[in-house]
Write a protein that binds this ligand. Structure first.
Ligand code: PMP
Length: 434
């Protein structure tokens, strides 16, 4: 934006020393250019030029209680004088693991890492070690981190199901030689893969409620069919709950869907903005990790700051039987309803999908989107225009259409958001002939 001189200055300076001026390639997509932020509190972000935004990026998912929630920051601050990393265990690690297991019973035994990508990497290794097999199935449009062994290019329609292809230059094709990519929500793809991989399947990994390419829940029976396939094959079902975990409910998507995975991966919302992830599940699958035969390591794993943040976050999320999820879900649904209504008064059709704490907005007449190809191709230009119009009016959105809501979003924030949305919808309607 033309009136953000400090952000522009920072970006120019950053480009000299940070590749592309950013520290995560995802941020290159920010329009009109990556912004610099200096402060965040509750539901509000402040940029380097002092402009404030109601924030629906929420750090791309971690912020569930609100930015800088004092319950979390105070807990972290109390630990600081006593050291950060010991090259040894700390009692807080047990306390966090006990809380995770209480909230997510399938997490019988676990390990902590720092990022979702690392924990996914560990889950795949555990699945392969436990089964003695290599073949891994993943789904088009799901994101499981940026590492060589799992990041794949988008599927081309004519090749589904297909061998995984590198999604990035510099990624060796060999790293994906045992990865097969299937279309999401496509029972035919499952059947074809089951035929091809009989006796060879180590595991299947998926976002139980897809969030990374539109928010697309599984069609009725789809996850159950995958569960059955894994059980029949003696393969490991891995739920990547890096987004959905501790966001859609205290028990994650697995509790909403009523399907128990063998392994799960958590991250993001687990510590309200501090870096931590968890990989875990059935005890027998992790025996080789317990014995040291399967390597999972990390200098910073279980460091005190993140563990203190995770304990405080999980306690806040679990309080009163997880009452906060009722609030976050209600807030999210109010925004979804409000957006639908605001668009409707202008004669525009939008589609809102998702459980509430995370949801997706598409510009489309379609009543539902339940496949990734449609999700990718629908209303892209309109959404980009909408997101920029919202930014100018003090509401920050993820470029692609996904919204995250936190417990700090109040009815006042919602009202401001919907006011801005009405004007932003008007801009989109004026720009795009229907
Ligand atoms: N899995 C999912 C479902 C994710 O959305 C992400 C990140 N957006 C990851 C894994 C990777 O997590 P991280 O960025 O912490 O490495």
């Amino acid at each position: 934006m033309e009136n953000l001189p400090r952000s522009r200055d920072y970006l120019n300076r950053a480009r000299a020393v940070l590749a592309g001026g950013v520290t995560s390639s995802i941020r290159l997509a920010e329009k009109p250019h990556p912004l610099f932020f200096t402060r965040a509190r509750g539901a509000v972000l402040e940029d380097a030029d002092g402009r404030q935004y109601v924030d629906y990026v929420c750090g791309y998912g971690p912020i569930i209680l609100g930015h800088a929630d004092p319950r979390v920051t105070d807990a972290v601050a109390r630990t600081l004088p006593d050291g950060q990393v010991f090259g040894g265990q700390h009692p807080l690690e047990i306390e966090v693991a006990e809380r995770v297991r209480t909230l997510v019973p399938s997490m019988e035994v676990m390990r902590f890492s720092l990022s979702g990508s690392e924990a996914v990497h560990a889950a795949i290794r555990v699945a392969r070690a436990a089964t003695g097999r290599l073949a891994l199935v993943r789904f088009d449009g799901h994101y499981h981190g940026w590492l060589d062994g799992i990041y794949t290019a988008n599927l081309r329609a004519e090749e589904a199901p297909a061998a995984g292809q590198p999604g990035s230059r510099g990624q060796p094709a060999e790293a994906l030689s045992h990865v097969m990519v299937l279309p999401w929500n496509d029972a035919g793809g499952l059947a074809a893969a089951a035929d091809r991989l009989r006796g060879r399947l180590a595991g299947v990994i998926l976002e139980p409620i897809l969030c990374n390419t539109g928010v697309i829940p599984p069609r009725a029976g789809f996850i159950e069919a995958i569960r059955e396939w894994c059980t029949r094959e003696g393969a490991v079902l891995i739920f990547d709950e890096v987004i959905t975990g501790f966001r859609v409910g205290a028990g994650g998507a697995q509790s909403l869907l009523g399907v128990r995975p063998d392994l799960s991966v958590f991250g993001k919302a687990m510590a309200n903005g501090f870096p931590v992830s968890a990989v875990g599940g059935r005890r027998e699958l992790l025996t080789a990790v317990a014995s040291g035969d399967v390597l999972h390591a990390g200098t910073f794993n279980g460091q005190v700051v993140s563990m203190a943040a995770a304990r405080a976050t999980l306690d806040a999320l679990a309080a009163d039987g997880g009452a906060v999820y009722g609030e976050i879900t209600a807030t999210g649904r109010a925004i979804m309803e409000g957006l639908r209504a605001a668009a409707g008064t202008l004669g525009m059709r939008v589609l809102l999908q998702g459980p509430g704490p995370v949801f997706h907005l598409w510009f489309t007449d379609l009543p539902v989107i339940d496949d990734v190809r449609t999700a990718r191709a629908t209303g892209v230009r309109e959404y980009e225009r909408f997101a920029q119009a919202m930014l100018r009016r003090g509401v920050r959105l993820i470029p692609g259409g996904r919204w995250y809501v936190s417990a700090a979003h109040t009815p006042d924030h919602v009202a401001r958001t919907l006011e801005a949305a009405e004007e932003a919808f008007r801009e989109v309607a004026a720009a795009v002939p229907s």
